[in-house]
Design a protein around this ligand. Sequence first.
Ligand code: UTP
Length: 293
Amino acid sequence: MKIRKAVFPVAGLGTRFLPATKAMAKEMLPVVDKPIIQYAVEEALDAGIEQIIFVTGRGKKALEDHFDHSYELELSLRNKKKNDLLKQVEQLVPETGTIVYTRQNEPLGLGHAIWCARHIVGDEPFAVLLADDLIKTKQPVLSQMMQRFDRLRASIAAVMEVDKDQTDKYGILDADPIEDNVVRVRGMVEKPPPGEAPSNLAIIGRYILTPEIFHFLGKKKTGAGGEIQLTDAMEQLLKTQPIFGYKFEGTRFDCGDKAGFQMANIAFAMERPEIREKLLAFIRQVDQEQARN
Ligand code: UTP
């Protein structure tokens, strides 16, 4: 039961990031110099994923073009002997046939977006990556999860502890610890108001799911926010098979949120020697100027 396929839902409206996302998928917003979807695709390929399944909506063309050859650009870089850049743009095109696209005709929710990929996934366990959850870590989170899957042989959601007043932004677990960094799920609820949440253990956008999830997603039951929620389908799946939560190693940035996106840019830019010093000096300068005014 190797995880070969990964689903990338990229059809959301990205309303928290308007107006930037009016005509462009938020997954194409760049952190430093790469669209956030590229970080997620690289994570999946690093983990050994063989098929990338995009569930697209608006902004489809830019996304498709990003993972395809741009002959004009490549020729121009070659002629100008900009070999490093040429290598970078060539390398981000996966082998032909690796990427498959399907379309979510209406943004009815994350659960519905994943259901749109059911025929491509078929009857095997698969991964789901939400690109707007960008995670800075040494070992990609999906490969951390795959190692656990090899043993647990069941659905796994990446989780992290969040502030108690933030539970209404996440799917939240009711769960028992079973071993280092792994919990066994007893229940889960989407976006519970603070005070009503069973814990502060929040689901983050990395999942390994068994194919039985499609049965529950297919019921198209709407939940929080009037959307077809993955968490609700997982809650149903839990009645028939175990589900685990995995506390991943790494720092997560919510790039679907304006503040989280800026933080991701700073954190990733600070790792780049050619940017770090300039950025630090600039932040100090802005801070001093604002303190004066
Ligand atoms: P979010 O809830 O973060 O995305 O969904 P959103 O709805 O686009 O954002 P806001 O809340 O309006 O700002 C998580 C992921 O699920 C995808 C999004 O593209 C994102 O990657 N998604 C969400 C879909 O593909 N289809 C949907 O109907 C909803």
